[in-house]
Design a protein around this ligand. Structure first.
Ligand SMILES: Nc1nc2c(c(=O)[nH]1)N[C@H]1C(S)=C(S)[C@@H](COP(=O)(O)O)O[C@H]1N2
Ligand SMILES: [Mo]
Length: 335
């Protein structure tokens, strides 16, 4: 059961654990216990280095620390593809609320205050309300999902997320028969998110994204609350963000404060800004180019002039199991 909390109620100081969850290699194994020890951890390039060894220490809320103890590691993997170093995944970001440059989020989101956090759930649901983040996931097991992330700008990474099935969360709010889409909204906070006050920004805040109901219910779709074995850093969308691995990265909306089930297809931010360039579906597709560049290839980070690390892009980012969702859709017009 979800526990409703009144909008004004703030979470208690005691929700924050005094000990930081320091995920050096040793404590990662301690946190993961026998499960991780029994599994072969995914390898980065050089032998004998845990992919999470370069992760910075983090303070986690008590509910997260609790969920971490029973987390299911490597529930989904990216085969033998290397995990992107933590440093790249946290210093090359798109998060326009903090500015338009790739380095702005890392520079400005470090002190972002993600606690306490509540999410408004409304629209076509039987149980609308404002819920504390920990109540959204009360009955669910935290899972690690190692997914490819393909940005519409033709770069990509492999990120080990920690999160929960979005479909399982949504079911508990009892969607009505009219619920055909899910609309997501990011926080608006001009104090903390300086990019929102910039006169150069073309975005009409809040940042909005949307999914068709069947996309939202698909088992690959998650709400992520962590990555690399720790809580989400501010620049990656703390404290909760969507991850839809077969769609371009802009669909994976960060720092969500509102989830609305609707009968009508929501207008997403990038579609609103440039409808000829960005659509509602945004499925990764090497055969449908962006008007200004090809989508046939991608640069897998880290990438440099001398080692560009270019590889072919795959339809649905390689997640073939979602193809059936689009069997009667022309992916060229529904881009
Ligand atoms: N609220 C919000 N969510 C957002 C964005 C943004 O600017 N604002 N950028 C999107 C884009 S374009 C990408 S590629 C991914 C990047 O996620 P990452 O920084 O965790 O790699 O976040 C997406 N989610
Ligand atoms: Mo992106």
């Amino acid at each position: 059961m979800l526990i409703k909390i009144p909008p004004a109620s703030a979470s208690r100081e005691s929700d924050v654990t005094p000990e930081s969850i320091y995920l050096s290699r040793r404590s990662f194994f301690a946190a993961a216990g026998g499960v991780a020890a029994a599994l072969a951890l995914p390898r980065v390039s050089s032998a004998d280095v845990s992919p999470y060894a370069d992760v910075e220490p983090a303070q986690a809320p008590a509910w997260f620390a609790d969920k971490l103890k029973s987390a299911r590691w490597q529930a989904v993997t990216a085969g033998n593809e290397s995990i992107t170093p933590y440093k790249d995944a946290t210093h090359y970001n798109n998060f326009y609320e903090f500015g338009p440059d790739k380095g702005d989020p890392a520079r400005l989101a470090g002190s972002f205050k993600a606690e306490p956090w509540t999410v408004m759930v409304d629209g076509e649901v039987g149980k609308p309300g404002r819920y504390a983040i920990e109540d959204l996931f009360k009955e669910q097991q935290l899972e690690e999902r190692i997914y490819r992330l393909r940005c519409v700008e033709a770069w990509s990474m492999v990120i080990p997320w920690l999160g929960f099935s979005l479909g399982d969360v949504l079911k508990r709010f009892e969607p009505t028969a009219n619920a055909r889409y899910v609309r997501f909204e990011t926080l608006v906070d001009h104090e903390q998110m300086k990019g929102q006050s910039s006169s150069f920004s073309l975005i009409d805040w809040p940042y909005i994204e949307g999914l068709r109901m069947d996309e939202a219910m698909h088992p690959l779709t998650i709400l992520a609350v962590g990555m690399y074995g720790r809580v989400l850093p501010g620049q990656n969308g703390a404290p909760l963000r969507l991850v839809v691995p077969w769609k371009y990265g802009f669909k994976s909306i960060k720092s969500i404060v509102r989830i609305t089930l609707t009968a009508e297809q929501p207008k997403n931010t990038w579609q609103e800004l440039a409808p000829d360039e960005y659509g509602f579906y945004a499925n990764v597709n090497p055969a449908v180019d962006h008007p200004r560049w090809t989508q046939a290839h991608e640069r897998r980070l880290p990438s440099s002039l001398f080692s560009p690390n270019v590889m072919p892009t795959r339809l649905f980012n390689g997640y073939d199991e979602v193809a059936t969702l689009y069997s009667d859709l022309d992916l060229r017009t529904n881009y």
